[in-house]
Each structure stands twice: as C-alpha cells, then as structure tokens.
Design a binder for this molecule. Structure first.
Ligand code: PLP
Length: 303
C-alpha cells in the first residue's frame, strides 16, 4: 500500500512520523474517515470542509490548501487501486519540543492512508446486531466538542471496550444529560412510525457527513420519511425530547442489549432502495427488554 505523507507517496512500511509529533504525544490533531464506493470518493468536499473546521477549532493551520489535499486524496486512491476503500486523512500538530504548547510545532504532518476496513462481521449488516448503552457518557461539548473530529478518541474507545466486554460490537453513548448522542464511531438514527429521528448536534455528536446525507438527500425523497432535521426538541408528544425521555440514562440498561443495523454508508446508486430497507426493517427481536428495542436503530459506520 502507498501512503501519502507530506507531499510524497511512500510505501506503507516507510510511512513514519517522528516520535516528537504532538499527534502521537498528545493526540493533538484532526482527521477524517472517508469512503470510496465503486471507485468514487463519497462526499470528499464535505469531508475536507469538516477537516478545515476541525483544524480551525483546535487552532491548527493546515499546511496545504483544500484543493491540494483533495488532489493528494485522489492520487492516493489511484495509487492503491482499490474500488471500495476507506481513506484516513490525518493532520497532526507536527513535531515539536515536549510540552503541551501547540504553537511550538512549526509544521503539521499531513497523511493520507487508503486501505480496506471491516468494522463489523459481514452478516450483521444483513441481520442486525446487538448493542449496549454505554455507562460512560460522551464528553460534554464544554470539555471537548465532539463535533471536532480530533485525534482524541479515548472517550469512544473506552465505550467500545464496554461493548466488547459485554460481548457485543457497538455501544450507544448518552451525553451527561442522559440523552442519546451517537455510537462510538457512528451517528445513530431511530425509525418509528415511518419517522427518521437523529440526535441534534447539541446532544454532543459529530456532525456526520452521512447524517447530513440522510437528512438532506434521502429523507426528503422518501415519501413517508420526515426530515431528521426539524424534528422538534421540545416536550410535545412525539418530539425528539419526549421520545428520548423514555430512555433517559437508566444505568441498569447498560448491560442489556438492543438491536441495531449497521449500514456501510450508502452507495448512491442504491440509496432509494436502501432507504426503503430502512423503512421496513424490523429490529424488534426481543420485545420488552427495554424501550430501545421498540425502535429500529440504524448506524452508519464511517469511522
Ligand atoms: C464519533 C463518530 N460519529 C459519527 C461518525 C460518522 O461520521 P461520517 O458520517 O461523517 O463519516 C464517525 C465517523 O468517524 C464518528 O467517529
């Protein structure tokens, strides 16, 4: 495999960063996870804009323009010859002296990896999968805004460990108010009565590219779907909040499992069909374990 590292395509085994890189020392940096479907990069521009926004939020000035990074991504995809792949675009703070001060690092390190990824066992994409509600809450926005796609993923990793220890592959994370936020590496959607609902950004989530695609491009063209955006957050019946209030953080739930269906993003040629699947998907496998089970949960695994 070829990796793009600061302007050069190098063999994977030679793609190394200095041990003084603050990305390694402090998790100081930002990244994007992008999919290639059938040779086409999914929503590259949107990902690049989010990268830029994340960098700005951590006071990191990108070394390359978005157009240059776009070219680097396309060059790396072409060099690796994969039709379906995962792109990991990383910008670290770069090498500098020890100490947290990010401004001692003169130049960020920019990396593009293109490789395969398998997040969940293939059969689970068809049959659904059990998930838990993690005990560990999502980091509050005031501490580290989850909409910044930073290299600090320990909050998610430790929730993932909870899932693994419970014998499942994924965990739903609540925020510190006990509201559903997202999963460890994916946004979450609930389908009830033909209505698509997804937590708002204010719940402390990543503003997922797939989430926006579902809300803005899939939901409006699927007759019985309502736009996730605009689902009221008040306390009215049927509102997002009343919906979630019913499964506010009950720590006892965390060891119980509910069922979700991970989708490998949406391949544009199939999105109509895929949306139809979402509508009819039955996820109630074991009624009565908890409220979550009465809903269809859909996650998009773009980690
Ligand atoms: C915590 C988290 N939420 C949601 C997502 C999905 O985001 P996107 O659709 O932009 O890939 C990811 C993907 O990396 C993630 O890490």
């Amino acid at each position: 495999m070829k990796v793009w590292l600061d302007g050069h395509l190098v063999d994977k085994q030679h793609a190394t960063v200095p041990v003084y890189d603050h990305g390694l020392l402090y998790g100081d940096g930002v990244f994007e996870g992008i999919r290639v479907y059938n040779g086409r990069v999914f929503k590259l521009r949107t990902h690049l804009e989010r990268l830029e926004a994340s960098a700005k939020a951590i006071h990191l000035t990108l070394h390359y323009t978005l157009r240059e990074i776009e070219n680097a991504v396309r060059e790396t995809v072409a060099a690796n010859g994969l039709k379906d792949a995962y792109i990991r675009l990383v910008v670290t703070r770069g090498a500098g002296p020890l100490g947290l001060n990010p401004f001692t690092c003169p130049k960020p390190t920019t990396i593009v990896i293109v490789d395969r990824i398998q997040l969940y066992p293939p059969e689970m994409y068809e049959q659904g999968m059990p998930v838990i509600v993690a005990k560990r809450p999502r980091i509050p926005i005031e501490c580290l805004d989850p909409s910044i796609k930073s290299l600090n993923y320990l909050n998610n990793i430790l929730a993932k460990v909870e899932a693994i220890e419970a014998g499942v592959h994924e965990a739903i994370m609540l925020n510190t108010d006990g509201e559903v936020s997202e999963c460890t590496g994916d946004n979450i959607f609930f389908i009830r009565g033909g209505r698509v609902v997804t937590p708002p950004i204010s719940a402390g989530i990543l503003n997922g590219v797939t989430r926006l695609f579902v809300m803005n491009e899939i939901a409006p063209v699927c007759g019985s779907f309502h736009r996730g955006r605009g689902v009221p957050h008040g306390n009215r019946r049927g509102s997002y909040r009343s919906f979630l209030d019913r499964w506010r953080a009950d720590r006892r739930r965390s060891r119980r499992t509910c069922h979700a269906s991970p989708h490998r993003g949406i391949q544009s040629a199939r999105w109509r069909e895929r949306a139809g699947e979402l509508k009819t998907e039955a996820v109630v496998r074991d009624d009565g374990v908890n409220d979550l089970q009465r809903h269809t949960l859909v996650m998009f695994d773009h980690v």
